[in-house]
Ligand binder design. Structure first.
Ligand SMILES: [Zn+2]
Length: 363
């Protein structure tokens, strides 16, 4: 049975649904406050962790929501649905399942993809002691990404700059230049930052505390905003020769894609959660995926993300424009229609099942 009540209207409501579902199972919440920031209603912002099953189990699964704040509407619902349903009983002596709810609570509460540092958390996991990754295409196209205003003429000019870049370099390069990650433009999009942010440190700590010591481990990081409406793409970032990629292909019945292999709706990225999962777990047989659900066409997602960046730079909450853009970005990353929500929960359950079978299997 599918119950859409797990989808919440706000970060605070999502947290409450998740916490109640955890308590109903008798689980203790490990609540971690990001004390440097508050939500739009001055509410405290937490990332919450629960663990099911034997904490020393050889097999462990970590599920993360709201890496990209506002995408947490989807991931939180999938996590709460998991806690409410029979799949939670899959955890036991040989399998521990850990849920990290709202790893970027600021972005979730404020309706943003980024965190409090304007950082795209899923580009923030790089080695900041080494030279930062370069993305020369971004600088070329920057005036299309960060427009002077949201007036029609300014947006037209910005879109023209992007189209021209595409004509010169190919339209595949447009997605790569914009979304791959960049480390120089703190007021821009897909900014990876210059230091490990709060959510970065939190995720590392959760992996170290709950997953280290496993023999086999899997990560499902929930995302939205890429690919066909309601479809959940199983995205990996592995080279095709990587044993982890072969494992993912087996576990997910050939459905796993690779950003490096080129069959994913995502460009190849730098500094992602998948990478840090492996980095913090040396010697563990680890398999990491992003489960990415499509919403609206990618040009609309980009326009909403660009507009949201603009209002946070130049406007204040309460203005007409602010409210309009907040609606726009919410639609870009979260669909209110029941058919979409149903697709999210059905696919999530399937992917969780396949992951558990994979963890318990021989590969
Ligand atoms: Zn995302």
């Amino acid at each position: 049975m599918i119950d859409l009540i797990v989808f919440a209207k706000s970060y605070a409501a999502a947290r409450e649904k998740f916490s109640n579902a955890a308590r109903a199972r008798g689980l203790a919440l490990d609540s971690r406050e990001n004390a440097a920031v508050k939500g739009p209603d001055s509410e405290a912002l937490y990332s919450d962790v629960v663990q099911l099953g034997n904490p020393h189990a050889p097999n462990r699964l970590l599920m993360v929501s709201a890496t990209h704040g506002i995408e947490g509407y989807c991931g939180s619902a999938a996590q709460t649905d998991f806690l409410n349903g029979p799949q939670a009983d899959l955890a036991g002596e040989d399998l521990s399942i850990v849920l990290l709810h709202a790893n970027n609570p600021y972005g979730f509460a404020w309706g943003r993809r980024v965190n409090e540092d304007n950082v795209d958390l899923n580009r923030n996991f790089v080695d900041f002691d080494a030279p930062l990754p370069e993305n020369p295409g971004y600088a070329d196209i920057r005036h299309g990404i960060v427009p002077k205003s949201l007036d029609e003429s300014a947006l037209k000019e910005a879109n023209r700059a992007i189209t021209e870049f595409g004509k010169r370099h190919g339209f595949d390069r447009v997605q790569e230049a914009i979304t791959r990650g960049q480390y120089h433009d703190a007021e821009g999009l897909y900014y990876g930052g210059t230091f490990p942010t709060w959510s970065n440190r939190n995720l590392r700590d959760v992996i170290r505390t709950y997953i280290a010591g496993a023999e086999k481990a899997a990560l499902i990081d929930f995302h939205t905003g890429l690919g066909p409406y309601g479809y959940g793409e199983i995205i990996t970032e592995y080279e095709l020769a990587d044993p982890a990629y072969k494992r993912a292909r087996q576990w997910y019945r050939g459905e796993a894609t690779s950003t490096i292999g080129g069959d994913s709706s995502s460009a190849a990225l730098t500094g992602t959660t998948d990478l840090v999962f492996h980095e913090v777990l040396p010697g563990v047989t680890a398999t990491a995926i992003a489960l990415e659900f499509g919403t609206v066409p990618s040009n609309e997602v980009f326009a909403a993300t660009r507009a949201d960046n603009w209002i946070h730079l130049h406007d204040k909450p309460g203005s007409l424009q602010w409210d309009e853009v907040k609606k726009q970005i919410r639609t870009a990353f979260y669909q209110e229609q029941d058919d979409w929500k149903k697709m999210i929960l059905e696919r999530s359950r399937d992917v969780i099942d396949m992951t558990v079978q994979g963890l318990k299997g021989d590969h």
